[in-house]
Structure formats: C-alpha cells, structure tokens
Design a protein around this ligand. Structure first.
Ligand SMILES: [Zn+2]
Length: 151
C-alpha cells in the first residue's frame, strides 16, 4: 500500500462501520480512526452536520460518525448534476440539454424542472432546482428553440 493509489471519485468516503457506536471519540481519536493527516476534515464534517457532543473538548459519538459517513456515501452515490434529472419511471438520468423540459414554480417559492420521460409517454421526471442553479436552468430553457415545445 505504499504506491500512491490513483485518484478516484469517492476516495475520501469513510467506512460507515468504522466507529464503535457507543464510544466517544476525541478529534485525535477520529484522526486515528480514519487515518487522516490532520484535523481539517473533521472540522469540515462538523460544518457539514456531524454532531458534536457538547463539551469543552470536541467529542463525537461513534454512531454519529457512522451515520454521518453513511449519509455522505449515499449523497455521493446519488449526486446529480444541475442539468440532469433522475427519472423514477425508467430509472435513467435525463439531461435537460437533450430533453424538452419546463420549470414549475412551487407554492413554497422553490422551482422544479419537469422532464417528460422519453421512455414512457405518461411518465415524468422532476426535481427541485437549487436556488443557486436556477439561473443556469432558466438560461438553458431560454436557449432552447421555443418552437421545440412539446405538443
Ligand atoms: Zn425516464
């Protein structure tokens, strides 16, 4: 294990069963546990929602660590770029570049992109558009030929 491994996606993901559920871990323990080089990743995890046991020195519950890393894995696995929609109908990912789509305003002030599934005439795929991505999605929609609309 001395040769540098090639960089690959997800290499920073930690084993979600690494920590002992009922143990408390200090930052130093966590660095040890996941073979980290410094405490920086731990601070990032805390910023991203890893719960800290309330005490003067930072401590973490093992089951919190495990749950956190499990959630991160799931997130990475399902990460979907702004211009794609995961389709519940055909289980594929549809690109907003390729498929006709529309933007819907939701009652809560958010927006969703709706794509008609090319595999199933009655199926729709949709997703909530992140506020940061909304200008991109709107620009993409505007760049499409208006005569391209379905119907
Ligand atoms: Zn589909």
């Amino acid at each position: 294990m001395d040769a540098p491994a090639p960089k690959k996606r997800g290499k920073n993901l930690k084993n979600p069963r690494q920590a002992k559920a009922n143990w408390q871990y200090t930052v130093a323990d966590v660095i040890d546990l996941y073979d980290l080089k410094a405490d920086r990743p731990v601070k990032t995890w805390v910023k991203n929602g890893l719960p800290v046991v309330r005490s003067l020195d930072m401590r973490f519950w093992g089951n919190d660590l495990n749950a956190f890393h499990k959630a991160r894995r799931k997130e990475t696995k399902s990460a979907c770029p702004w211009h794609a929609v995961n389709c519940p109908v055909c289980k594929n990912r549809h690109s907003l570049y390729e498929e006709p789509f529309c933007i819907e305003c939701l009652p809560n002030g958010r927006h969703s992109a709706v794509v008609r599934c090319p595999e199933s005439p009655r199926g729709f795929a949709w997703k909530i558009i992140k506020d940061d991505d909304l200008p991109l999605v709107k620009a993409l929609l505007a760049s499409k030929d208006p005569s391209d609309k379905e119907d």
